[in-house]
Each structure stands twice: as structure tokens, then as C-alpha cells.
Ligand binder design. Sequence first.
Ligand SMILES: [Zn+2]
Length: 242
Amino acid sequence: MVIDVHNHLGEDVDGTVQTVEMLLAKMRVNGIDRAVVFPFNDVDPGVCFSKANDRIAQACSEHEELIGFCRVDPNCEEAAVEEVERCVRELGLRGVKLHPRSQSFYPDDPEAVRVVEKAADLSVPVIVHTARGEPFSDPVRVGRLAEEVPDTPIIMAHMGKEQGYDAAIRVAEEHENAYLEVSLVKDPEVIERAAERVGEERILFGSDSPYGSPAAQLEVVRAADVDHDLILEENAKRILGL
Ligand SMILES: [Zn+2]
């Protein structure tokens, strides 16, 4: 089985679109069995992404191969915490996506910490966009978040991007609840290096579709001399409770 932990559905403010049908077709072609889905920086998010999260829940109720995460803006403060609770308890979503650059917050801001504490209370993982060199998204900040909330998995999407791979690996070395997600990584050697330093148990396959190509990303993972089953399937199953 292959599980892709990073996919967007809906329409982004940058004009990018991915429908359920587009994603399901990519999954079929690439032999991806399950996909974690969450909103883009949606053109019509509703209050603190509530409308976008409702659409994710709807898609997941119609397609059992999809696993929904909610997206929230920590700047909504208490409303963001309540939205996480609503999404997990009422809509059945199974995790939280945070995007520091798009929503203009630092991952270790008190508002973000409160959102992640709520995820921990609800026993669901959190995936955070990370990219060294971009505003707000440095992996080191996620390290501080992981330290504040040690009892829930925190997945670093893109593992800090090119300039941040080593910083993200270091964060994962220092915090057992920090995980590395490989979307947009082009060099299999980066995955081998991460596996050597933190172990394959802490690395997850994600494509960031439609921004990233599931086919190309699978190729990079499979070209790495690592335990593919852990990265493509077992770790995600464990973290998502599948
Ligand atoms: Zn993404």
C-alpha cells in the first residue's frame, strides 16, 4: 500500500485548482491507495477555513481512500482552536494542516501552539509547511513548537526545502515527535541522509499535489537506498491510526 500524506483540494488564491476527480485519477495511475487531503489557501475559505474544511469532509465522506485534515489560521485565535475541535469531533477529520507563510504566523507563536495543543488533546497529527528562506516557515521554529507540544506528531512538509534540509533533519534529531515529509525533494541522497540520521521511522511520503508530482516523488523515494515500506506506508498508518 502507498499513502501520500500531502495533497490539496479546492482552489487556491494563486489560481491553482485540484478537484477530487483530478486527485483520484493521479492516485490510480501511480498506485497510491490512500491520500491525506486538506484545503489550499482557498479562494473561499469561510471563517477560519470553515467552508473549505466542510468541503474536505464532504469529499472524504464520498471517497474512503481520502483522509481529511482541516486547515486553520492560528491568527483567528480561539476560533481556530474551536475549528480544529469541530473538524475532528463533528466532521471526522483526522489531522491539522498549518501554513505559516500563507497565514503569516510563526509556528512557535502562542496562537499556533494553542492550535497544536488542541490537536494533541484530540490525538491527531499536525503537518506544517516548512521552507528555510521563506518568511515564517523556518524548521527551527517548528522545533520550538515540537518542544512545546511533545505529545503529538508534527510533520515538517518539504523537510525545510533545499536550504533547510539539514535544519529540518536536526529538528527531527532533537525532537522525537518531529517527522520529515519529502515532497519537492528531488535528490534521493537527501532521503538517505535523513534516514541515516533520524531513522526511516520518522520519514513520510508526500507529493504536495498538485504543486508536486506524485509520480516524480515516488521515483525519488524508490531510488533512495532506504526501507520503502516504512516511508510509503507503515509510518503514515501508525501516525494516522489506520
Ligand atoms: Zn502543500
